[in-house]
Design a protein around this ligand. Sequence first.
Ligand code: MLT
Ligand code: MN
Ligand code: ZN
Length: 298
Amino acid sequence: MKIRVLGSCAGGGLPQWNCGCENCVRARAGDPDVPARTQPSIAVSADGGRWSILNAAPDIRTQLAATAPLHPRPGTRDLPLDTVVLTNAELDHTIGLLVLREALSYRVCSTEWVRRALLDHNACFRLLDGAWGAFGLDRPFPLDRDERLEARFFPAPGKTPGFLKEVAAPYSAEGNVGVRVTELETGKRLVFVPGTREIDAGVRAELENADCAFVDGTFHTADELQRQRPGAPDAFVMAHVPVTGPRGSLETLAGTPGRRLYIHMNNTNPILDANAPETHSVAKHGVEVARDGMEIEL
Ligand code: MLT
Ligand code: MN
Ligand code: ZN
């Protein structure tokens, strides 16, 4: 299985247009330790020919332009894209669908909760209606048209996106999920959980059995936003388990086998600085920080 990180930051990216925090200032200035990053998405393929994308970030246009294996064949409109999978209805995971609107040669897969939340409350998403299939939790579905990669959703503790409060159906376990991708021929497993409030028993079991896992790395500490903006919510309230501190994810990740990477870092996160002590500590625990353009082969 081949994996390509299209974007590694959380919503807003790095630098974020309206943010003057230290990381954003340094990224804007071209500091080599704090490279600019786009919003979160990865691409997966069994053979490097056909690809599927996990989450459709607002930056998908530039992400695809920078990723040669996903370009259409010269002289054609044959796009090597089979499926776009959504793990929740947050805008940083879904707005890219509106960029991919000109051709529906691919399909969209999400849970029914996510499908309804977006289609019922935003007319723009309706143009994808015909290509959009819903799958329940723990139900396998083929990712690629050759059926070499099997995907399944598993619950990850989350929340209703702020913009859908009071309009979407009451929050259910389908509102936020992780994805397990299995290469059927080799049994290799990729797990993608860009957002989770905690590493609960279910998420932990997925991590323990994954050859490679991308995990929520939004915040380094629970009070990271509050220290920049008093009154801001803490990481748990925002449904993002912090890397460190009580109930942090790092110790758990360090105790599971396989390749472990943080993704969906908020622009305030010190691990976006390649030389920060926090980044070195994460590395010492055997965990990597995903970077845009990173390639992994399982
Ligand atoms: C999240 O990851 O919690 C959301 O993307 C937050 C947001 O950008 O509204
Ligand atoms: Mn997000
Ligand atoms: Zn910032």
